[in-house]
Design a protein around this ligand. Structure first.
Ligand SMILES: Nc1ncnc2c1ncn2[C@@H]1O[C@H](COP(=O)(O)OP(=O)(O)OP(=O)(O)O)[C@@H](O)[C@H]1O
Length: 593
């Protein structure tokens, strides 16, 4: 309960933060809107009673009240609608920004990689519009509650027994909630199958998988799997909808019987002289109002519960971000240069919520100023090691140290600002080309000279030369820009990774897989020369590659096997050793002859 309240508090705050004036206006005008119709019905009763009593003055007052009331209500509706739209739009935008900050700012990658977290993350992304709805849903509930209270007070004045109608309104609210619960339970039960269904749809309609779908004739199979995944989703959800419909029908029947009963009851009171004709008008009007208020309450209540569910997920995400946040107690500054090296000392690591050790008591010294190549079979743990060095994850035991200081002692953002990295699964930022590369060092985003230098070092100048507007060309077809080949995107990503001026660790995690071996070799030879030129800063250059022709020029080659260091040394030393490296090198050399 307290968690739900906390989730409510956080998300209702979005509305008041994004549009404080309009959010307050929405609540206040909502109350006026809710209380207005019952007051008008009451004015109608006064009017009818005045006419039957031939009381002209009261009749005129009642008409005046009706006229002013209608005018005020119309103006109020206008203001209310303006407030609702402003709050919705601004709150949605604010919620999106919050999500971007939390998703992108969390000090871990687990929410992007771990299946259990992915499910939550997927649902938050899918349902995030709900985060902007909390103010609206709350205002709606306040509105319908105000109507229920106003109507009940007026009905009780005619006869207390008419309060039974209010109880029927309560039944409608309960039924509405029950129906919603059934639907939510069905959605929860089928959420994994639903994710599968959507993924299959994505796969079947996505441009990037189009080629393989055709070559392997996969479309029919995907359609079959989609159908198979859809069946349980549709069946479970249909069953819930059906039960909900039955409950709603019973409720509608009960409400109609209550309405008719109330009207008959008041007419009989009037016939016995215990109620006025105005009371009959009042009861008929209020009973209709009550039904409307109960339906509105159900609809907003349902919306509120849905929103609360998204709000709880958002709270989970925020708490997760706090849980994985790494703020050292007595932080140290990242040194200007590396003197001895970067060391992994006795590092053991398993991915969150898994048992399998990916790195097992791994110790490794990456000497200052060296070019280190990391090789090993697929799944040996190379990228995992890079993730630990980059601070994306913390070892379960052991440490990553820079000149003897564990990197946890540095503020994470500060350490990561001294790491330059290019990954195999690099992003294709569809900005103008200068920005696509320049974001590698935000401070120099507009510095055309710096971008050109980075592109030159990445051997990517030729990519820019053919673009219609050079560095200012828009990239990406969805923005009417230029589409690039996989290799061209990769070269720009390399340029991005070479933007930073003073990194202490430069990582290339197979970023050149789309380039031919000769180009890769030439590029890395240049990177290695540049790295050796900047030895004064002690920068460690780490290269992950499966191509031994590239790897051989490294100062130190590390052969990883099942999360442990199998072999370590220069090319000459490892060849002389005659182990796995020598064997794989021999195999690849012969293949290229
Ligand atoms: N996010 C993750 N959650 C759980 N296990 C993971 C995750 N990422 C990788 N693994 C597992 O960790 C092991 C090592 O993966 P890693 O990506 O480090 O290998 P690699 O040596 O870089 O492989 P490759 O040469 O194919 O890129 C693999 O068995 C993989 O299944």
């Amino acid at each position: 309960m307290s968690e739900s309240f906390e989730a409510f508090r956080r998300t209702i705050g979005f509305g008041f933060k994004a549009a404080p004036l309009q959010a307050t206006g929405q609540l206040l005008t909502g109350v006026v809107m809710a209380a207005g119709p019952p007051i008008l019905v009451w004015a109608g009763k006064v009017f009818v009673d005045a006419v039957s009593a031939q009381d002209l003055e009261t009749g005129l007052w009642a008409v005046a009240l009706l006229a002013v009331g209608v005018g005020v209500l119309m103006l109020n509706v206008f203001i209310y609608c303006n407030c609702v739209f402003a709050v919705l739009e601004r709150t949605r935008a604010l919620a999106d920004r919050k999500l971007m900050e939390t998703f992108g700012g969390a000090d871990s990658l687990a929410h992007h990689e771990h299946p259990e977290y992915l499910d939550q993350v997927h649902r938050i992304r899918e349902e995030r519009d709900g985060l902007g709805q909390m103010t609206n849903a709350t205002a709606g509930i306040v509105r319908s509650l105000s109507t229920l209270v106003a109507v009940s007070v007026l009905l009780a004045q005619v006869h207390p027994a008419l309060l039974a109608l209010a109880a029927l309104g309560g039944v409608s609210v309960f039924v509405g909630r029950k129906t919603r619960d059934l639907q939510v339970a069905a959605q929860e039960e089928t959420s994994e199958a639903e994710r599968l269904r959507r993924d299959l749809f994505e796969l079947g309609t996505n441009g990037s998988s189009g080629k393989e779908l055709r070559v392997f004739g996969l479309t029919d199979e995907l359609v079959r799997l989609h159908h198979k995944a859809s069946d349980p989703v549709v069946a479970v959800r249909h069953r819930a909808d059906w039960k909900g419909a039955v409950l709603q029908s019973l409720d509608a029947l009960l409400s109609a019987a209550g309405y008719v009963g109330a009207v008959v009851f008041v007419i009989s009171l009037a016939l016995n002289g215990r109620a006025t004709p105005g009371d009959v008008v009042l009861a008929v009007g209020l009973a209709a109002n009550l039904g409307w208020a109960a339906r509105t309450m159900v609809s907003y209540g349902t919306n509120f519960l849905r929103t609360l569910r998204v709000a709880r997920r958002f709270l989970w995400l925020e708490r997760y971000a706090v849980r994985v946040a790494r703020t050292p107690e007595n932080p140290l500054s990242v040194p200007a240069s590396v003197q001895d090296g970067i060391e992994l000392r006795d590092v053991t690591f398993a991915y969150p919520e898994t048992d399998r050790l990916i790195l097992d008591r791994l110790s490794l010294q990456l000497p200052a100023g060296s070019v280190v190549a990391l090789v090993g079979e697929n799944g040996a743990g190379k990228t995992t090691l890079v993730k630990l060095l980059s601070g994306f994850y913390v070892p379960d035991s052991g440490s990553v140290l820079v000149d003897g200081t564990p990197i946890e002692r540095f503020p994470l953002a500060e350490w990561q600002s001294r790491v330059s990295a290019t990954f195999q699964d690099h992003a294709a930022f569809e900005f103008v080309a200068r920005e696509t590369v320049g974001v590698g060092d935000l401070r120099r985003l507009s510095d055309e000279g710096a971008v050109r230098t980075a592109l030159d070092r990445a051997g990517a100048t030729s990519v820019i030369d053919v673009l219609p507007d050079g560095l200012e060309s828009q990239l990406g077809t969805q923005w009417d820009g230029v589409d690039l080949s996989g290799g061209q995107w990769q070269k720009l990503a390399l340029g991005r990774g070479l933007m930073r001026q003073d990194p202490l660790l430069v990582v290339f995690d197979e970023p050149t897989a789309a380039l031919d071996p000769q180009t890769e070799h030439a590029l890395f030879t240049r990177f290695a020369e540049a790295a050796r030129d900047s030895r004064s800063r002690g920068t460690v250059t780490l290269l992950v590659s499966h191509r031994f022709s590239t790897v051989r020029m490294a100062d130190l080659i590390v052969v990883l096997d099942s999360g442990s260091v199998l072999e370590l040394g220069s090319h000459a030393e490892l060849m002389a050793h005659g182990g796995l490296y020598a064997e794989l090198y021999g195999l690849q050399s012969r293949a290229y002859q």
